[in-house]
Design a protein around this ligand. Structure first.
Ligand SMILES: [Zn+2]
Length: 444
C-alpha cells in the first residue's frame, strides 16, 4: 500500500523546520519513503496505490499528545453531589477517584473511542495515554488498544499503578502493565506501544515502587508518572520519606530516557538537575495546571537547563495546538514579561513531542523524514502575510487551529478527508457513548 500526497507546501518540522513549495510526500507501508518537490518524488518512486492532491495547502506531520487520559471522557457534563473540591487532592478524591472506580471494560473502550475521533479532527495522530479503572483493571489496556486499532490513532498505553485501593488492586495493576508491555514487545506493532504507569509518588509506597521496578526489569519500558503536580505530592514526600519526589524516583530507579515525569509543577532546581542527568523527559500540561489551580510549572527553566519538555493535554481535551497557545500566554502572564515563552511552546509541541514519541515507538514521529511515521495533515490555511522558513511558528501560533485541519493521514491511512471522517461512524459511537455515560453517572 502506498499513498502520494502531492502539490503541497510541506512544513518538515524536525531540527530545522522548512517549507518545501510544490512538494510531495510518498508513504509506503505506513512510513515516509520519500519527500521533496513534486518532480523529484514522482521521478524517484513507483506509481502510488492512492493519491491526494493537497491543492497548494500546507502539509505537516501529524501532531503528538504526550500525556492523555482517555478514561476521563465520561466526566464531561457530569454533575457531582457534595461540596466542590477546594484543593487538587480533593479534585482527585471527589471527581477522578469516584469516576474511575465505576468504569467497566466496555466504558474503557468507549471512553477511548470518542477522544480518539476528536484527536483526528484536531490533527493529533499519536497519543501517550495514562489509564485508570481500578475495578476493571485486567484487560483494560486491550480495550484501549482495540479502540486505537479501530480509529487508527498511534498510541502508547499504560495502567496507573496506585496503592489507593489496596494491595490486591496494586498487584493487579502491576500485572496489567507487565502483561500489556510483554504483549506489545511480542507483537512489535508500529502503532501500539506500552509503558509502565504509576499514578504519583504520594500514592505509592516504597514497596510498590520497588515491585514496579523489579517487574519491568529487562522489558525495555519506561515509566509514566505524575510528578509534583500538586504541592501535596512534594509535602508528602518530604514528610514521609525525607526527600524530594525526584530524589525518591531516582532512588528507586524509576527515571531514565524512556520515562515520562508529568507536570513537574513543584520541582526545585536540584530535581530539575537530577531529571536532566537521568535524561528523563517531562511533559507540560498548561490547560490542566491552570484548571486544577496547582501552579505554574517551571517550564522555561527546565527548557533552559536542556530538559526535553513535551506537551500534553492531561485529558482536558485533545487539542495540542490549543495547549501550545496556552503555554505561550501562561508563562508570559506568570513572569509578567511579554518577551518570554515565544520559542518554547512550539519547541514542546513539535520537536520535543517528536523526541518523546521516538523514544517510545522506536522510529521518527512528528517529522517529515525518510523512514518516519506516515502521519500527515493537510492544513487549509491562507496566510495574511508572507510565511517563510523564518516565521513558520508565528503563523502556526496565530493562524492555525483545529478547524483548519482538512485531511488527516496516520500510518499511511486516510482517517479524515476534506473534513469528513473516513470509515468511522461517529454518530453511532457518540450515541453508545452517551448511553454508557448516563449509566455510569447513575453509579457514581
Ligand atoms: Zn495526568
Amino acid at each position: 500500500m502506498s499513498l502520494l500526497i502531492k502539490n503541497g507546501k510541506i512544513i518538515t518540522m524536525g531540527d530545522d523546520p522548512k517549507i518545501i513549495e510544490n512538494g510531495s510526500i510518498f508513504i509506503k507501508n505506513g512510513r515516509i519513503e520519500d519527500f521533496g518537490t513534486n518532480d523529484e518524488v514522482e521521478k524517484r518512486n513507483e506509481k502510488p496505490t492512492e493519491e491526494i492532491d493537497a491543492e497548494n495547502n500546507y502539509v505537516m506531520p501529524g501532531m503528538i499528545n504526550s500525556h492523555m487520559h482517555l478514561y476521563s471522557t465520561f466526566a464531561r457534563g457530569m454533575s457531582l453531589s457534595g461540596e466542590p473540591a477546594t484543593t487538587f487532592v480533593e479534585i482527585l478524591e471527589k471527581l477522578w477517584w469516584r469516576l474511575d472506580k465505576k468504569l467497566t471494560l466496555e466504558d474503557c473502550y468507549y471512553s477511548a473511542l470518542m477522544p480518539m475521533i476528536d484527536c483526528i479532527k484536531k490533527g493529533v495522530t499519536t497519543i501517550i495515554d495514562h489509564h485508570a479503572s481500578p475495578y476493571a483493571i485486567m484487560g483494560s489496556l486491550d480495550e484501549n488498544e482495540k479502540a486505537a486499532k479501530e480509529i487508527g490513532i498511534r498510541s502508547s498505553f499504560c495502567y496507573e499503578l496506585s496503592d489507593r485501593d489496596g494491595i490486591d488492586k496494586r498487584n493487579e495493576g502491576i500485572e496489567e502493565n507487565i502483561r500489556f508491555i510483554k504483549k506489545c514487545n511480542k507483537n512489535n506493532d508500529d502503532m501500539v506501544k506500552a509503558m509502565f504507569g504509576l499514578h504519583a509518588a504520594f500514592t505509592l509506597s516504597d514497596e510498590s515502587l520497588e515491585k514496579a521496578r523489579e517487574s519491568v526489569e529487562g522489558l525495555n519500558a519506561g515509566f509514566h508518572i505524575h510528578t509534583a503536580e500538586g504541592i501535596a505530592d512534594e509535602n508528602d514526600s518530604e514528610a514521609k520519606h525525607k526527600m524530594r519526589i525526584v530524589e525518591r524516583l531516582k532512588k528507586f530507579d524509576i527515571l531514565g530516557h524512556k520515562t515520562l515525569t508529568i507536570h513537574c509543577v513543584h520541582v526545585n532546581e536540584k530535581e530539575i538537575d537530577i531529571l536532566k542527568e537521568a535524561d528523563t523527559c517531562t511533559v507540560h500540561n498548561p490547560y490542566s495546571n491552570m484548571g486544577n489551580a496547582v501552579g505554574v510549572a517551571p517550564m522555561l527553566d527546565m527548557v533552559k537547563k536542556g530538559l526535553v519538555v513535551g506537551l500534553g493535554t492531561d485529558g482536558y481535551n485533545c487539542d495540542i495546538l490549543e495547549g501550545m497557545k496556552l503555554a505561550n500566554v501562561l508563562h508570559k502572564l506568570n513572569t509578567r514579561d511579554p518577551r518570554v515563552s515565544w520559542t518554547e511552546p512550539p519547541l514542546l509541541a513539535f520537536k520535543n513531542n517528536s523526541i518523546i514519541a521516538e523514544r517510545q515507538f522506536g522510529y521518527p514521529i512528528g517529522v517529515i523524514k525518510k523512514g518516519g511515521a506516515g502521519d500527515v495533515l493537510i492544513v487549509d490555511y491562507k496566510p495574511w502575510t508572507p510565511m517563510t522558513n523564518d516565521n513558520i511558528f508565528s503563523h502556526i501560533h496565530f493562524g492555525f487551529s483545529s478547524h483548519n485541519i482538512k485531511t488527516v493521514v496516520a500510518n499511511g491511512k486516510i482517517l479524515m478527508k476534506d473534513h469528513k471522517l473516513v470509515n468511522i461512524d461517529e454518530e453511532r459511537i457518540s450515541r453508545k457513548s452517551q448511553e454508557l455515560a448516563k449509566k455510569l453517572w447513575k453509579r457514581i
